[in-house]
Ligand binder design. Structure first.
Ligand code: EPZ
Length: 418
């Protein structure tokens, strides 16, 4: 349980952890190397441990010391991903492509939906089928088989992050050329392309929506540093916006947050960008501002909940339009417990800022998803009195130590681990 009290302006500097959404597909890519791959700046978060469990179950040798993760994928003796891993982390489905390449078959549980949406995997299946995989679904299990994948033409009607990652992981060792149109352009995809090319793959168009992959015969283990987590950085920028102050975030590429900084600056926050750092200055209380989420480079859906917490404490009203997931407003229910005034209408939210009108008061909140949990922390920092947050296992899935980081900036917060 996290205890957070009303917090004044924040100040200081912290290092941003490595990116969860970059390292997970990179761990799947390590499966394609005959030998050992080493990642540095890996966040010690629950999802990384879960992915490690899957890799070890299928035969990899892994060690995780400090923030350095070593994966030896020389021997893979299973092609099945156990159900409990898929339940714990639906993005384990991105292992499908890599496992299929190594073992010519892969068996995994159909990942269910979660709080933020139904989260189908039809685009993942479409991509693998385009490369010659035979996919069958029976009693909630998905089995993929192939005699050997061949290059193909993949066209995504929606730029799915996970499906683009699965397609890349399957294509790099396929025979022939694969063209992926309508690919996701998130920085995490570019990071995956750069890693795969460093391993010996031939991918052109990294960072764009059109990728061309020329299949190669083998890939080699390499050492690579994981980039800073742009969503964690954006979360902490939101915390400063909510409470005011001057903070420096180190180890983050500001180019990965351009739409976020542009949107957040409408609240009155001022940002100074460095090579791999961002300074935020917030004088007093944030003004209301509007957000429309979308695929990269638009405003990321993962920062919508933290932004809602800022809006709840702002002077003036705000609006959010969520275009990526069909039900990602659960955070509103928790912020209402603080006295926030929020109206939800389908994919649209209207937030009536509290500043100068009504006080936000501490309450008992529950983290019901990863980013909603972070939003609850920000809401608690802005509320009078004390806020207790349960369900912190969700927060630990993506934030190495949100209490350590925010306390270093002056927040009144502690992690009362049971
Ligand atoms: C990745 O999820 C991230 N997870 C999510 O972050 C992030 O919210 C999401 O991308 C969007 O940016 C990881 O990288 C591990 P999608 P993913 O496939 O790959 C629909 C967090 O908090 N869709 O781009 O699952 C889907 O329903 C997490 O760190 C299909 O219809 O996202 C959704 O509406 C939460 N069919 C939209 O596309 C498919 O086959 C975006 O999903 C796949 C997706």
């Amino acid at each position: 349980m996290i205890l957070v009290r009303n917090t004044g302006p924040l100040s200081g500097a912290i290092e941003i952890q490595g990116s969860k959404n970059a390292v997970l597909p990179m761990m799947a890519a390590a499966l394609l190397a005959e030998g050992t791959t080493i990642f540095t700046n890996v966040p010690r978060i629950q999802d990384v441990f879960c992915m490690m469990g899957i890799l070890q179950f299928i035969g990899c040798k892994c060690s995780f010391v400090g923030n350095t993760l070593t994966i030896d994928a020389s021997v893979i003796d299973r092609a099945r991903i156990p159900e409990h891993y898929v339940t714990a982390m639906r993005s384990s489905v991105m292992m499908l492509g890599a496992l299929l390449v190594r073992k010519k078959e892969a068996l995994t549980r159909y990942p269910g939906g979660c709080l933020i949406g139904s989260r189908p995997i039809d685009l993942h299946i479409k991509a693998l089928t385009c490369l010659g995989a035979e996919i069958t679904e029976e009693k909630g299990w998905i089995r993929a088989r192939t005699e050997g994948l061949t290059g193909g033409e993949i066209s995504f009607p929606y730029p799915s992050v996970g499906a683009t990652e699965n397609a890349l992981l399957a294509a790099v060792l396929s025979r022939g050329i694969t063209r992926i149109e309508g690919a996701a352009k998130e920085p995490e995809i570019e990071e995956l392309c750069l890693l795969l090319n460093q391993m010996g793959a031939k991918i052109q168009g990294a960072g764009t929506g059109s990728l061309t992959v020329t299949g190669v015969k083998r890939l080699f283990g390499v050492t690579r540093r994981v980039a800073g987590d742009r969503i964690v950085a954006g979360t902490y920028l939101a915390a400063v916006m909510a409470r005011g102050g001057k903070v420096l975030l180190k180890g983050i590429n500001p180019k990965h947050l351009l739409s976020v900084l542009e949107t957040f600056s409408r609240s009155g926050a001022v940002f100074h960008m460095g090579e791999d750092q961002i300074e935020v200055v917030m004088e007093g209380c944030p003004r209301g501002f509007d957000i429309v989420t979308g695929p990269y480079p638009e405003f990321p859906t993962d920062l919508q909940s933290p932004a809602m917490a800022v809006m709840a404490a702002a002077r003036g009203d705000s609006r959010i339009k969520e275009t990526v997931f069909e039900s990602r407003f659960a955070t509103a229910g928790e912020l209402l417990k603080l006295g926030a005034r929020i109206e939800i209408d389908g994919r649209n939210a209207r937030i009536f800022g509290a500043a100068g009108k009504f006080p936000l008061k501490g309450a008992e909140l529950e983290a019901r998803d990863l980013r909603g949990g972070a939003a609850a922390v920000i809401g608690g920092m802005a509320a009078e009195g004390e806020t207790k947050i349960t369900g912190c296992r969700y927060i630990r899935r993506g934030y190495e130590d949100i209490c350590r980081d925010l306390k270093a900036l002056g927040a009144s917060i502690e992690d009362r681990k049971p």
